[in-house]
Every structure is written in structure tokens, then in C-alpha cells.
Design a protein around this ligand. Structure first.
Ligand code: ADP
Ligand code: MG
Length: 732
């Protein structure tokens, strides 16, 4: 509520907007932008500024553009319309070189307002009439010259005229006027940012920042206001995430310590390779977490092929040793089935628990998927429920109501980017006590993105690849430019197969018109008829260029038995060349495969291509990846492919990938509830600011865990947390 003081209204950020700008205007603002409070309005930030006297470039205006320009009136003329009643007022405005015509019907009186030599803001849609650019019936606001400044609305008195996101009903300067009214009625605001942080960064106060962003004295003031407010967004978000992480850490659960002479020890003794230094370091972190009586919340990010699976398996075995169960959630049936095979292979007799003559510490590994047969499902459910299986691997089917556990102690989520927070929480409720959580992703993301998206998780990173891991060489092949090169690609496959190796051919489609590649839609949004498909290409190659080789095909529309037996056959070397959609994208691990040809490679995203090629070069021989495209040299699509060919550094590639996404896609589903609070922050651009904000947030919380010493700050964080939670519940 605004209060009357000394004859005018005094408002704060919570005040109703209608108290300050009146009911009518406040309704327009609410309809257009959802603005209902003074605070909402103050946080409707300008996109940029126009400088009084610096006129907009008229030559640059394009037909159809919605524009707001600053121009000077050159001349005006009112004349009758021929053969009809009424008159037309034509006003010519100029930027000093080009001219633009403004037309008004039956509004001769405007001539008095639009005096030659005065400047104004003009808003409308650029049209063309008689080959001349024009604005028909533009909205306008004349800018007072020096002498009029005192009588002008506050927001027009300065040198910098803010340009706001606006609508036809609500041009930028009307918003500016409303903000001017809000500013002049604002009471002294309480600044939630702790003084020590504000002064350490030399930031303006909240009040100064808000006023200077809307009505800057100069551009330096505008910049520091913007920086302070951008920092605020990062800081509040980090506070929320750090507090949430600390809350999770306070929960009580069963600590899972490794035991002497247990399953884990036996497993380590039988492991056919030496763990890398990076793996050992991460394992130590994880064991430390599991030993706590509080749940682990850890993200393990690592390059494709860095060996995350074995790290996860060790964590699972530690939990089984302590009497609990571990569940592994995988994004696809192909991957779930592969994990089962890998675990059974690595564990050998240690996975034969309950069978005659098994090792006494042995456990069992079971699989739960949507398409398994009823008897298989029944057995798996009972093994999970009675504790017979220590390790339960599954797809989304694991989240189903019928799935129960005896004592779920650890959840591992593989390829986290395929799951939302909701799914991981749906699994958590199946545990009696809050379970430990390990999420893994092979799409490495820059540190600050991780901080923002997974800020409530502790992060471990595996950068190193296991010794002996082979180099992958990548080339772009453009048959339109060099037709012989595609022939050469098939020949390379024949050579590899002749040398005893295997090949993948990845195509974007199952059959003409279908689409199985998740990234395609958002990147391209359009359909194209001549995209290679599995059902066309596999038989064509088997008859033609790859005649005599054993060619198999794999895609998401096959039944899980067919997919599974094809993958088994490929892993066993009974298929030479696998023509597949991106079902093999994540995690598929066949060491003997050395070459991958990706058709219509421009249809895939950068990170996706990196994932895909990570399927080759996993064994003793070097990997080769050929990106086939009809995208022309220098086009953005081709530049992307060249970038993928130029580096195997997943972190660098994920940055390239993220830069092409909209901010909302960068943050992903996990932070969508907070997005309305992130008006200025851009996670890639503002890395430095986010790092600083994180450190400041940790320091503040170390000093005052619940922010009790900072009540204003606590209230601000609570607002953010409330919106994050509302969004979260909506989706649940
Ligand atoms: P990702 O991290 O991409 O999930 P995986 O866990 O599938 O990678 O590991 C890739 C391959 O490397 C697997 O075949 C795995 O058995 C093997 N591997 C893992 N760790 C090592 C190691 N320390 N030395 C040799 N090979 C390893
Ligand atoms: Mg993996």
C-alpha cells in the first residue's frame, strides 16, 4: 500500500502499481507484461538507450520492422484528400541525411505539436508507399528541448532516453513516464545486499542502481547499475542453491561405509585394468560422501569414455556391502541392457548371488525396463522388493508404482541431461531414508553453467581418459563439393572391416519422414525431404558399396528384443557395420568399433556429434569419424562441423553448443522456476560474475547459515525459492 506523506504518495517495491500510475495504465501494464507491483515495474529494464541529439539511422529501417526512433521534424504539410472528404497531414522527419514520412489522417491539429526543428521519439511499423518509407499514424513523444526541461516528465529530462520492451498500446516512452512516476514516489528502499559485499564491489545501492538504470546520468552509471543488478540475480540464485545444498546435507540417512573382505574388495582384485588417477580421486570423494550419515548429492561429469561407469559401479558395490541396494537409472533400453552386460562381465561370479556354488559375498544384478516380458518383470520386481538383487538397473520403468525396494541406499542417474529433477525425485521417494545420489553426465558443461544448473550438487570431474585410449580423428566430407570422398568413406569402412574391426553409420532418421534426433527440432525447426534414413540406407549399402559385409540396423522403433539381440551381435563381432539412429548416442561401448560415418551430420548438435564419435576409438586402435554433409562451406552448419572436427575437448565443444542455445535451453528444466528472476544474467557471458557471486554466497552462508543476520536478504531469497518451488510443483 502506498501511504500519503507530505502531500504525495510514498511507495515501496511491494506497493500496488495502480496506487502510483492509476487503474487504467496499471491494467495496460498488467496485460502487456504481467506487471502488477511497483517492484515489477522497476524491474522492467531498458534494452538500451537513445541519446538525445543522436538521431536514429533512417537508412537502416526495414519494411515491416516495429521501430522506435529518435528523429527531427524537417517539415510538415496538411492537404485535402483528392475526391474525398478529410485531409492528410504528412510530416517529414530526418536523421540529418535520410528522410522518413509520417502520415496522419484528419489530424491537422498535430501540426502544432510537430514543429520543424524539434526532436521526438516516433514508434510504429515501417511501411512503404510510393517507394518511400513511412510510418502511418505513428505514436510519438516530442522530446523537450533545453528550455522545457523543467516542465518535462522526469524520465525525459536526461540525456539518455531508455528504450523498453514495448507494445503497440504501450510505447517505450509511456513506460518511461510510468517509471518516472514510480521513481518520484519511491520511499527509501532497504538494500538487501549486505553492505560489505556492496562496498567490496563498489556497487551502487539498490535504490541508486534502479534509478540509474532507468534514468542514467551517464553511461558509466548505467553500466554499474546494470552490473550490480546482474550480480544480484547471480548472488540470490547461488544463495538459494547453496542453502538448498546445505539443507540436503542436514538430512539424516544411513552411512554406507566400505567393509573389509567385502564385495568391493573382491571386485577391485578382479578388475582387469588399473584405475586412472582421476577415477581414484573421484572414488575417494564418493566414498567420503557415502560414509556420512547425510545423503550424498554429487554430479560426476566426465569426458566421453573417461570411465564413469566403473566409478559408479564401485559406489554401488560399497552400498551393497553395507547391506543396501543401489539403482541405476539409464535413459534408453539399449544403454540399460548394456550396463547389465557390463556389470555382469565385470562382476563375474560376484553377480551370481543366491545361485548354487556362488561366492558368499556375491549379489545379484537385475534389469527393469518397460518392454520386458511379464515373467522377467515379475522376477525383477521381486528381486528388487525382497533385496535379493543388490543392483537394479532400469529405464524410466524404474519409476513405476509397482517398483519397490528392500533398502534403497544409492541412486545413480546415468546421462543426467536426459532426465529432469522430477525423475530423480520420483525414485528418491522409494527409499525409506533419503538415499545417496550420484548423477553422471558425459556432456561436460562449463563450470559456471554447472554452478547455475546443478548448484545444489557437489561436482566431481573426470578429465583424463584411461591410458591407452585412442585418438579420434574427425573429417568433414562434403560430397557436393568432392563426390569421390563419399566413395572413399565406404572404402575406409571396408578396410577397417578387413582389418578385423567394425563400423557405425549414423543417420538422422528411421525412415523417410521420421525423426529420432532430439536436437534437430530446436536447432532447425524445419523438415527436409532428402534426409538419409536407416531403412533406406542399410539395404542400399548392403547391396552396393558394402556388399559382402554383414550390415545390421538399429533404431528406436524396433522391439527391445530386436534391439538387444542386434547390440549383442554387434558386440560379439557378428555384425560388421551397424546402421543406426542416435539410439547409440549415449554410452554404447564396443571396443572393436573403429570407424563411424555420420550422414547428414549437420542435422545433429555439436555435443551430440561429440557423444556419437565417442563410440569409436575405445579399444586398442585409433578411431576415425567422418561427418558427411551437404551444408556448404562457410555456412553456420558447416562451421559447426568444422569446429567438431577441430577439437576433441568436450568442454570447449559444449561451450560452442551452449552459445547457440537460448538462455532458457542453457539453464534447462531444472532452473525454469527461477527464470523469471533472471532478467539480466547470461550464464555464459557472465561467468566472472557468477564465480564471484558463488564465492560471496558461500561466505555469507558460512557467517550466517540461515541468513538470520541478513533479514532483508533472507526475504529476497525466500521469494526466489518460492517461485522455483511453485514451478516445480506445477510440473510434478
Ligand atoms: P563413459 O565415462 O563415457 O561412460 P565408460 O564408463 O563406458 O565411459 O568407459 C569406457 C570404457 O573404458 C569401458 O570399456 C571401460 O571398461 C573402460 N575403462 C574404464 N576405466 C578404465 C581404466 N582405468 N583403464 C582402462 N579402461 C578403462
Ligand atoms: Mg557412460
Amino acid at each position: 500500500m502506498a501511504l500519503a506523506r507530505e502531500n504525495h504518495w510514498v511507495a515501496n517495491l511491494e506497493s500496488k502499481l495502480s496506487d502510483v500510475v492509476g487503474d487504467r495504465t496499471s491494467k495496460v501494464l498488467a496485460d502487456a507484461f504481467g506487471i502488477t507491483s511497483v517492484g515489477d515495474l522497476m524491474r522492467h529494464y531498458p534494452r538500451r538507450y537513445m541519446v538525445r541529439g543522436e538521431l536514429s539511422n533512417i537508412a537502416e529501417l526495414q519494411e515491416g520492422d516495429e521501430v522506435t526512433i529518435l528523429a527531427e521534424v524537417h517539415s510538415s504539410a496538411n492537404r485535402p484528400i483528392r475526391g474525398r472528404k478529410g485531409s492528410i497531414l504528412e510530416v517529414i522527419v530526418t536523421d540529418g541525411s535520410d528522410k522518413l514520412s509520417l502520415t496522419f489522417f484528419n489530424q491537422a491539429w498535430r501540426e502544432k505539436e510537430l514543429k520543424a526543428g524539434t526532436q521526438g521519439l516516433f514508434a510504429g511499423k515501417v511501411g512503404v508507399f510510393n517507394n518511400k518509407k513511412q510510418l502511418a499514424h505513428p505514436d510519438y513523444q516530442m522530446v523537450p528541448d533545453g528550455a522545457d526541461v523543467d516542465s518535462a516528465v522526469d524520465s525525459f529530462a536526461g540525456k539518455y532516453l531508455p528504450v523498453y520492451p514495448a507494445t503497440a498500446k504501450l510505447p517505450s516512452w509511456k513506460i518511461s513516464q510510468c517509471i518516472g512516476m514510480a521513481i518520484s514516489s519511491l520511499d527509501d528502499l532497504i538494500d538487501y545486499l549486505p553492505d560489505e559485499i556492496r562496498s567490496a564491489h563498489n556497487y551502487p545501492t539498490l535504490q541508486q542502481a534502479l534509478v540509474q538504470l532507468h534514468t542514467p546520468a551517464d553511461l558509466e552509471h548505467a553500466d554499474s547499475a546494470r552490473e550490480r543488478l546482474t550480480f544480484d540475480e547471480a548472488f540470490l540464485l547461488q544463495l538459494m542453491l547453496v542453502m538448498r545444498r546445505n539443507e540436503l546435507k542436514k538430512l539424516n540417512t544411513i552411512s554406507r561405509t566400505t567393509i573389509k573382505g567385502g564385495l568391493l574388495e573382491a571386485f577391485d582384485a578382479s578388475l582387469p585394468f588399473q584405475l586412472t588417477g582421476g577415477q581414484l580421486a573421484v572414488i575417494t570423494e564418493i566414498e567420503g560422501d557415502l560414509a556420512q550419515p547425510h545423503p550424498m548429492h554429487r554430479l560426476l561429469q566426465g569426458e566421453v569414455g573417461s570411465g564413469k561407469t566403473v566409478v559408479a559401479l564401485r559406489a554401488m558395490l560399497a552400498v551393497v556391502d553395507s547391506g543396501g541396494q543401489a539403482a541405476l537409472l539409464a535413459p534408453t533400453e539399449v544403454l540399460a541392457a548394456q550396463h547389465l552386460r557390463t556389470f555382469q562381465k565385470l562382476l563375474g561370479p560376484l553377480a551370481q548371488g543366491g545361485t548354487l556354488g556362488s561366492a558368499d559375498k556375491a549379489t545379484r544384478v537385475t534389469l527393469i525396463t518397460g518392454s520386458q516380458t511379464a515373467p522377467a518383470r515379475k522376477e525383477a520386481l521381486s528381486l528388487a522388493g525382497n533385496g535379493g538383487a543388490g543392483i537394479i538397473i532400469g529405464t524410466h520403468a524404474l519409476l513405476g508404482e509397482k517398483v519397490e525396494f528392500n533398502d534403497l541406499g544409492l541412486i545413480v542417474v546415468d546421462e543426467q541431461h536426459r532426465f529432469g529433477v522430477e525423475q530423480r525425485d520420483a525414485l528418491k521417494v522409494k527409499a525409506a531414508k533419503p538415499p545417496h545420489l550420484l548423477v553422471m553426465t558425459a556432456t561436460p558443461i562449463p563450470r559456471t553453467v554447472a554452478m547455475t544448473v546443478f548448484g545444489d550438487l557437489d561436482v566431481s570431474t573426470l578429465r583424463e581418459l584411461p591410458l591407452g585410449r585412442q585418438l579420434i580423428t574427425t573429417h568433414v566430407i562434403a560430397p557436393l563439393e568432392k563426390p569421390a570422398f563419399l566413395e572413399r568413406a565406404w572404402e575406409r569402412i571396408r578396410e577397417e572391416v578387413a582389418a578385423g574391426h567394425q563400423a557405425y553409420i549414423v543417420v538422422p532418421r528411421i525412415e523417410a519422414g521420421s525423426d529420432e534426433s532430439a536436437d534437430i527440432d530446436f536447432l532447425f525447426g524445419q523438415e527436409s525431404a532428402d534426409i538419409t534414413s536407416v531403412t533406406e540406407l542399410a539395404p542400399r549399402l548392403a547391396r552396393g558399396a558394402l556388399k559382402g559385409l554383414r550390415v545390421g540396423d538399429l533404431h528406436g522403433r524396433q522391439s527391445s528384443e530386436v534391439k538387444d539381440s542386434t547390440m549383442r551381435a554387434f558386440a560379439a563381432g557378428e555384425i560388421d557395420v551397424l546402421v543406426s539412429t542416435t539410439v547409440i548416442e549415449v554410452g554404447v561401448d564396443v571396443a572393436n568399433a573403429t570407424v563411424m560415418v555420420i550422414m547428414d551430420a549437420d542435422r545433429f548438435g555439436v555435443s551430440q556429434l561429440h557423444q556419437l564419435r565417442g563410440r569409436v576409438g575405445r579399444g586398442a586402435s585409433a578411431g576415425l569419424c567422418l561427418l558427411v554433409t551437404s551444408a556448404l562451406a562457410q555456412t553456420p552448419a558447416r562451421v559447426r562441423l568444422d569446429a567438431v572436427a577441430a577439437t576433441v575437448d568436450g568442454f570447449e565443444l559444449s561451450r560452442i553448443d551452449l552459445e547457440q542455445r537460448r538462455e532458457g535451453d542453457v539453464l534447462g528444466a531444472s532452473q525454469s522456476g527461477t527464470q523469471s528472476h533472471l532478467r539480466l544474467l547470461r550464464v555464459l557471458r557472465d561467468e566472472g560474475l557468477i564465480e564471484t557471486a558463488r564465492a560471496d554466497a558461500e561466505a555469507v552462508i558460512a557467517a550466517s547459515a540461515d541468513l538470520t543476520s541478513y533479514p532483508a536478504l533472507a526475504a529476497e531469497v525466500a521469494l526466489l525459492a518460492r517461485d522455483a518451488a511453485i514451478d516445480y510443483l506445477d510440473k510434478g
